[in-house]
Design a protein around this ligand. Sequence first.
Ligand code: SF4
Ligand code: SF4
Length: 167
Amino acid sequence: MNGCLKKSGAPSLEELKKSPGFPKPEDYTLGNIAVIECTEEIPCNPCETSCPKNAITVGNPITNLPTIDFKKCIGCGICAAKCPGIAVHLINLNYAPDKALITFPYEYLPLPEVNEYVTLVDRMGKGVCDGKVEKVTSIKSYDLTKLIAVSFDKKYYEDVISMKRIK
Ligand code: SF4
Ligand code: SF4
């Protein structure tokens, strides 16, 4: 069932868990997967059209909320880079025994550097924990959006969505 779960502000984790693009606990066992936090019924589907594995479906009407087949997702990050709403990030809970990896779109300069420590933030922009930048991906097909991958204490995997610089 699609529906607008919240009209303004950041949706709560409870609301997101009811949305069709948000992983269930068992989905995280698959490895690096896209987490879609799209709860507004807007005419938009770049996530669907850009996915090389056809893992995401918006369908008709185009205002449907996106659904995702996590078994098809290879964690490439293209949907996160292409989403105009910055509504997609990736989580890899299998990254290390005590560390998860988050990959999120980033459009600011200067870019963080690999091995730099940053503060990961929640949906309200509040600092949650420190993380270490593992990878900065900048390729032509991502347009101006970069993908930043940061390792962090995996107990915060449902809380963090992006970063701010520590300094
Ligand atoms: S991360 Fe890649 S494979 Fe997974 S849903 Fe996004 S575009 Fe598709
Ligand atoms: S591209 Fe982003 S904003 Fe548009 S439908 Fe997909 S997840 Fe939602």
